[in-house]
Ligand binder design. Structure first.
Ligand SMILES: [Zn+2]
Length: 681
């Protein structure tokens, strides 16, 4: 949900391994594999090349992927584990306890694998939706459609859901947020550099209409109408950089105030239509966007609204309709936009839908088989040690006043770390899944999950709830609950070895832990207090000093250009600010924690590598990988994370400990000069 302020570690989704052969082999060899290092490359000149170059050269991207690296490998291993779980659930579903999650997951998966039935149905599953849209004939009809659609989680044009109140984090309120675009960011609708993609999107829209029997000429007209509609929404939308400012993500107002922004959309009636108690107001988060949305309710011809709504009804459903719809969806979003040559095999695509519909239920099965209790105990120790290192660093900051430090420490003291999986699992009673009918099953799950989300509005915030499933290879910080969250699937090699070398663990999962804690103090997170409220706890002078430092870090990342063929497409230092602050802080906290744990112990070399060398190599290894140019270009615009190869070197290049570990000299590319070096936390 966009309404939550999640800070995932990486865009890489998904899942983990555990007892696969690969992980067992790695677990038995917890130190760094020196054969992966390239002695012909200097660590001080090109650390990523030294640490990862050989692996990168030997591991091209599989045809069904847009990127391939440590995260993706782990994700594949986790998918294999999940595959076993859903296969078993499917085999046992008919005799499983009626209404059990095993039965629901088994039947949901089975219905998705039944390609013959899905292909035979064509686009029948969405014909009722298209008929409803075809009957809209005026503004009142559009508004009524919005209420009905958002009640079921199928709204279009903007986003709506629950989230933590920025002013009173103890409660959940409703957020209406900008949305409604098919291209990755608003810039894609206006900038010259994206004109080819706009043309391809236009062709895609026309093809999607044509697949439903619309004539080519009419389909082309409709495509023009849809693109013009979205272009107007895009012009009124805030950029991703603007959305980093909490003020641009939250604007609480009464219903009376909100109705003044959108005179044609009565929010009291909308809340009634979606069956949510009104309370004293909600966040109409981007008023400028909603004012334009309202103007469009009044002056865009109803036929154009119908085209827009119909296109997204089909496009959103395409992956669950017959093959021609799936293929066209992949042709545009996979091939054209991201450069992916081949579609993933069926079971992986269905598994993605199972994760979308019943992710936490699948996670419940996953941790039973794949997350040993010992891993949780060891991870807890690492979390405690990294947190303590963060505390010491705050106390030792030379640029921050005691007054602000006291507030920072107060926030630190209320961090809630969560490890592995939720203490209390979500219930799935009330979700009806049948052995067949893939589309209907997914609709039922979407409706069920939407209601679960809407039902939180007006209720207390639950800090113990998770916004990521246990089988996801990722981690996140939430500023509204001040929690750091580490799903079971990331607590695996190469991030974490339950019996492994400290240096490797601190450079891997330790830095991830530090990264997430660092989000509590990044450009955005630092504007929230320990209770999760958006309040300023800084003196002006300290804030100015903080921003001087973060501006220097932004300039460092602005200078990175990932693709030689695209010299103008550099990393956006402002967009990636929070993640880069998280990395720089996180690697420093983890390094300090390693010194606190082992600094007094002997440091025998392992495979010729010192403890500090293994620490930094472990960090770099996490970020090794290849990515397709097209996918990289999209991510430069849309992803708050810097490209992995720069995450491998960015933080170390600011750390004297790195230079010392590899005996680098002043002037080496991996050693920034005293003036250029950034220390924030
Ligand atoms: Zn992050």
């Amino acid at each position: 949900m966009p309404t939550r302020t999640l800070k995932p570690l990486a865009i890489a989704l998904a899942l983990a391994l555990a007892q696969s052969q690969a992980s067992a082999a790695e677990a038995a060899r917890p130190v760094y594999d020196v054969h992966e290092l390239d002695p012909a490359i200097s660590a001080c000149r090109d650390f990523n090349g030294y640490a990862n170059g050989r692996w990168i050269a030997a591991n091209p991207i599989p045809a069904d992927k847009t990127r391939w690296g440590a995260f993706d490998q782990l994700r594949e291993q986790s998918l294999d584990a999940q595959h076993k779980l859903v296969d078993a659930a499917n085999a046992n579903a008919d005799k499983a306890t009626s209404g059990s999650i095993e039965q629901k997951i088994g039947w949901l998966y089975r219905s998705g694998m039944d390609e013959a039935t899905i292909d035979k149905a064509g686009f029948d599953p969405i014909k009722p939706d298209l008929a409803t849209i075809a009957r809209i004939n005026d503004t009142a009809g559009i508004v009524a459609w919005l209420g009905d659609a958002f009640a079921k989680g199928e709204g279009q044009g903007f986003r709506f859901g629950s989230g933590t109140d920025y002013q009173d984090a103890t409660r959940q309120i409703a957020f209406a947020n900008q949305g409604g675009l098919g291209l990755p960011t608003p810039d894609y609708y206006s900038k010259d550099e994206h004109k080819d993609l706009r043309a391809a999107y236009l062709a895609h829209i026309a093809k999607v209409f044509a697949l439903t029997g619309v004539s080519d000429a009419e389909a082309k007209q409709k495509a023009d109408a849809v693109l013009a509609f979205e272009t107007r929404l895009a012009k009124a939308s805030l950029s991703r950089v603007e959305l980093r400012d909490p003020k641009n993500r939250y604007r609480f107002m009464s219903f009376e105030e909100a109705n003044k922004v959108t005179p044609h959309l009565d929010w009291n009636a909308f809340f009634k239509a979606i069956d949510v108690p009104a309370g004293n107001g909600f966040s109409l988060s981007q008023p400028k966007f909603f004012a334009e949305f309202d103007a469009m309710l009044a002056d865009v011809p109803t036929a154009q609204w119908r085209d827009y709504l119909a296109f997204h009804a089909i496009d959103d459903a395409s992956n669950y309709l017959s093959k021609p719809f799936q293929d066209e969806n992949f042709a545009f979003y996979g091939q054209t936009l991201n450069g992916q040559p081949e579609q993933r095999v069926r079971w992986k695509r269905v598994l993605e839908a199972v994760n979308g519909g019943m992710g936490e239920a699948l996670g419940q099965l996953y941790v039973k088989d794949y997350f040993p209790p010992e891993a949780k105990v060891r991870a807890q120790q690492l979390v405690d040690n990294v947190r303590n290192a963060l505390k010491a660093r705050i106390e030792g900051l030379d640029w921050m006043s005691d007054e602000t430090k006291a507030k920072a420490l107060e926030k630190w003291s209320t961090f809630l770390p969560k490890i592995g999986y939720p203490d209390k699992w979500r219930g799935w009673d009330g979700l009806a899944v049948k052995p067949d009918g893939y589309f209907a099953n997914l609709r039922a799950a979407n409706d069920f999950n939407n209601r679960y989300d809407l039902d939180k509005i007006g209720k207390p915030t639950d800090r113990y709830e998770w916004n990521m499933t246990p089988q996801t290879v990722n981690a996140y910080y939430s500023s509204g609950t001040n929690t750091i969250n580490f799903p079971a699937a990331i607590l695996q090699p190469p991030f974490f070895y339950a019996d492994g070398d400290d240096a490797i663990n601190y450079g891997g999962i330790g830095a991830v832990i530090g990264h997430e804690a660092g989000h509590g103090f990044d450009d955005s997170g630092s504007q929230f207090d320990g209770a999760g409220n958006n309040v300023n706890w800084w003196t002006q002078q300290d804030r100015d000093r903080f921003e001087q430092r973060t501006a220097k870090l932004a300039a460092q990342f602005d200078a990175y250009v990932p693709l030689a063929d695209h010299p103008d497409n550099h990393v956006n230092g402002k967009l990636t600010m929070g993640e880069n602050i998280g990395d720089l802080g996180g690697l420093n906290f983890a390094y300090d924690a390693l010194q606190a744990a082992d600094g007094d112990k002997p440091d025998p070399k392992i495979d010729g590598l010192s403890r500090d060398q293994r620490f930094f190599l472990s960090w770099a290894r996490v970020w090794r990988g290849n990515i397709r140019d097209k996918a990289q270009l999209v991510l430069l615009n849309a992803d708050p994370h810097s490209p992995a190869k720069f995450r491998a070197i960015g933080a170390p290049s600011n750390m004297p400990a790195f230079a010392a570990a590899f005996q680098c000299k002043a002037g080496d590319p991996m050693v920034r000069g005293a003036d250029a070096k950034v220390v924030i936390w």
